[in-house]
Design a protein around this ligand. Structure first.
Ligand SMILES: *Cc1c(COP(=O)(O)O)cnc(C)c1O
Length: 356
């Protein structure tokens, strides 16, 4: 048929991973995070497999409206809140929950005309210094919001900068406790790392993202090996050419790899224009018909070269897994100096996606 490169999404893995989250945080509600088009998987493709969730958390109005149009009636959380006051009309109409991280948003809520109060996530800066009110400002922000007829339930929200480290939530939890002093309201604090590794953060709603897609929040897949999480996305292609190298032969742009002895290599129809990281060095793992081997030389736009020494049976048409069950996306990301999050999100639009 056409070019053999493609991504496959295993929907049963999503359902399974949500159950892993439920087991990890049995007393909390779950916001399944589907921002960035469900971490590159496509919200429209995956949301129904996560329909057991209590709510979907995402970033922009387009994603929220897509879910409402496709029939999702339960809660939707806008993680960064509204970007302009005029979005409050849609938040009201589609019954969205919005985070509030700045005073201008409180003022906008005060003057908006809404049909019914909207639920608010009051965002506290727990030390990351990204979005949110400082702990000492939290009480005043809460008082202002509580006084507004446009505001329904208020939940305290914070995000962790370092929850993949053993003591990475200690200080942030102290700041959150300071912010919450004297306030009786629900809490939502935990991302994937905190959901897995810091049960004291779970609170009323956890907000896992990356683990739903079966990759590690720490960037190291061994950290999630014992959790039973399953990769959702497989990127695969085929060998479309073979070269027989002599000692000293160079491979690819810049001859970044040179053969030290006679060597058989395969040319795979996948490159950085498909979302494979160009920074992946020689030695990045790939899997050919079940046998692990490695990339050789620079990744091209549309192709890469791989070592066929460990798999002499491989030839034109052999299937190559770039990431998935056998090669964890975290392994590829680590080799390329990035994280699984970035690789998932960067899956290129030209790659056809099959859902199974
Ligand atoms: C992205 C995001 C999450 C999910 O993070 P993971 O590390 O993917 O679990 C949770 N909360 C907020 C505010 C986020 O922006």
């Amino acid at each position: 048929m056409s070019r053999p490169t493609g991504a496959t999404l295993t929907l049963s893995a999503l359902r399974h991973n949500l159950r892993v989250v439920r087991q990890a945080a049995p007393n909390s509600h779950v916001w399944s995070v589907v921002k960035a088009n469900a971490y590159g998987h496509g919200i429209a493709r995956v949301w129904q497999s996560l329909a057991e969730t209590d709510g979907f958390a995402l970033l922009n109005m387009e994603e929220a409206l897509l879910l409402r149009e496709q029939g999702w009636k339960k809660p939707i959380l806008l993680l960064e809140g509204f970007f302009h006051a005029d979005e409050l009309a849609l938040i009201d109409r589609y019954r969205l929950t919005t985070s509030v991280h700045s005073n201008w948003q409180i003022k906008a809520l005060a003057t908006a005309t809404l049909s019914a109060p909207v639920d608010i996530y009051l965002k506290i800066n727990s030390g990351m210094n990204r979005l949110g009110f400082r702990p000492e400002q939290a009480h005043a922000a809460w008082e202002k919001l509580r006084a507004l007829p446009n505001v329904g339930e208020i939940t305290l929200m914070a995000h962790f900068a370092d929850a993949d480290n053993a003591d990475g939530v200690t200080e942030p939890m102290q700041r959150i406790a300071q912010a919450a002093e004297g306030l009786t309201c629900p809490r939502s604090l935990a991302n994937s790392a905190a959901t897995l590794w810091h049960p004291q953060t779970h609170g009323d709603w956890v907000r896992p993202g990356i683990i739903l897609y079966g990759a590690s929040p720490s960037g190291n897949w061994q950290d999630i090996a014992s959790t039973g999480l399953q990769p959702v996305m497989t990127l695969s292609s085929e060998i479309i050419g073979i070269q027989q190298l002599s000692p000293g032969d160079g491979v690819g742009y810049g001859y970044r790899y040179r053969a030290s002895s006679a060597q058989r290599i395969g040319i795979v129809a996948c490159g950085y224009a498909d979302g494979y990281p160009r920074h992946a060095p020689t030695g990045t793992p790939v899997c050919v018909e079940g046998v692990r081997t490695r990339t050789l030389g620079a990744i091209s736009m549309d192709m890469m070269m791989i070592d066929l020494e460990p798999c002499p049976q491989a030839g034109i048409g052999s299937r190559v897994e770039l990431w998935g069950d056998q090669i964890k996306i975290d392994e590829v990301a680590q080799a390329a100096g990035t994280v699984g999050y970035e690789l998932m999100c960067a899956l290129a639009p030209r790659v056809p996606v099959t859902v199974i």
